[in-house]
Design a protein around this ligand. Structure first.
Ligand code: CTP
Ligand code: MG
Length: 201
């Protein structure tokens, strides 16, 4: 068991975590940009396709914040860093250009919130109202889609970097799939205490 892999997992997945948390902030920042992705559409079962909680603003904000997160991570962990996270820089020190690292994070953030929207589709199909909890899918949707996003966007980065750092390290994958559920439940509760979220899950 390599404890560093646990930290590496949490660190490298920050673009997805940040993107996943960003919609509540972008909603406060741009309350009027609330156009829902499903355009208000209702399906044959009488439920909304996705619901008013899934907006274009949230999706776009997730991409932007994911890109900012990966860029800051690369700058903080890149050449010259002496912190414990030195080298966990999306290959910045191995030749990944900064613009490609930004695009990588943006795509991962976009995919994280796509997963969130896909989950809402299934929540509506199973009769769950907007905001109703659905543990553990609430937590795993963006992890699964964030990982798929990392795999798809990996050619943007220095050759083989993501594969070696994430996909060949089973501790990283296990941390993301198990640790994230616990972390997400904790973060949402803190968001509720801070009155950023209306429900504690
Ligand atoms: N949000 C958004 N656009 C998105 C995702 C989230 O604007 N693509 C905002 C909405 O204001 C939403 C809040 O972030 O209410 C919390 O997100 P989430 O918990 O994912 O949505 P819910 O309202 O709980 O809806 P659902 O039941 O569909 O998950
Ligand atoms: Mg919710």
């Amino acid at each position: 068991m390599d404890a560093w892999s646990v930290l590496k997992a949490l660190w490298l997945f920050l673009p997805a975590y940040v993107a996943n948390m960003s919609p509540v902030f972008t909603a406060k920042l741009l309350p009027k940009w609330s156009a829902p992705i499903d355009g208000g559409r209702t399906l044959e079962d009488g439920g909304r396709m996705l619901g008013d909680g899934k907006t274009w603003r949230g999706l776009a904000g997730g991409a932007v914040t994911g890109g900012i997160a990966s860029t800051l991570i690369a700058l903080g962990a890149g050449p010259g860093s002496t912190a414990f996270f030195a080298g966990w820089d999306f290959g910045y020190g191995d030749g990944s250009p900064l613009w490609a690292i930004f695009l990588f994070g943006a795509f991962v953030g976009f995919m994280a919130l796509t997963g969130d929207a896909v989950e809402s589709y299934f929540k509506r199909r199973t009769g769950r109202a907007r905001g109703a909890p659905w543990i553990p899918f609430d937590q795993l949707d963006f992890v699964a889609f964030g990982l798929i996003g990392m795999a798809l966007a990996s050619p943007l980065l220095a050759s083989g970097w993501i594969v070696e750092m994430v996909f060949l390290d089973w501790i990283v994958l296990a941390t993301l799939l198990i640790g994230t559920v616990a972390l997400h439940l904790l973060v949402n509760r803190v968001g509720y205490w801070l009155k950023l979220k209306e429900v504690p899950w």
